[in-house]
Ligand binder design. Sequence first.
Ligand code: DAK
Length: 258
Amino acid sequence: MAYETIIVDVQDYVAMITLNRPDALNAINTQMLSELCTALEDADVNDKVRCVVITGSEKAFAAGADITEMSDRSFVDMYVAKIFSAEATRFNNARKPIIAAVSGYALGGGCELAMMCDFIIAADTAKFGQPEINLGVIAGLGGTQRLPRYVGKAKAMDMHLTGRFMDAPEAERCGLVSRVVPVKKLKEEAMAAAAKIAEKSTIATQAAKEAVNAAFETPLTAGLAVERGLFYAMFSTEDQKEGMAAFLEKREAQFRDR
Ligand code: DAK
């Protein structure tokens, strides 16, 4: 499929999706979010994809939702059209693991987009922020809900209320990102992490993603039940037999996603 706001490149079982509105620092407009969702849905049904990486440019992962597109909208416009609502659901329904590789600005909707991914690898230049407060609004793509889950209430309130940016070392210290790498190595490191994931059974990686995500949706007992059910289900797969046989035979497992 031909896209105008993103570039999709599938290689070695990894789909690299690059946000591509450089003139607007990858500001997320309706078209970009919709194209991104379509690319994720394509990845989910493509046997040649086992992991997805979403990245931007060196200067900006994404500097937020497109202010130009929304500045004149009224409450009725937003409410009736339910702007971004369907896309948020489509994104959250993606089953294959998604890594955000963030360099430069990840602000507003850009920070929220990164947090919608399964984990974030940050360049040492990354700057995260929820500066919507400076525009007279608040976050609308999950930032008030996901940021506290990542970094706790104190820092989340600080960022949402002051609009300040968080640099990469602080983001790593408080658990917003899984690791920080030199900016020149960001894509290589993200690809290496994606390649590691792509070596596994996609049934197991998708189940792991589902189980970890349950931790954010359920009380502990319910989450543990989700995990246990998925764990037992793994024993119906050929990949479990192969993975355990390979360990006992001291060889590499050949997973077939069955
Ligand atoms: N939207 C549109 N254009 C943007 C943009 C944005 N968010 N961010 C940057 N640009 C454009 C600039 O206007 C400029 O365009 P030209 O003037 O060259 O035409 C170009 O990108 C380069 O930007 P700057 O000249 O400003 O570059 P600097 O290096 O000086 O500054 C900056 C970089 C990132 C600090 C600055 O651009 C900046 O502060 N940008 C805005 C950051 C921001 O406020 N982001 C939050 C946006 S509000 C929704 C859910 C969620 C949301 C909305 C709706 N629904 C459920 C409906 C989310 C809202 C947001 O994200």
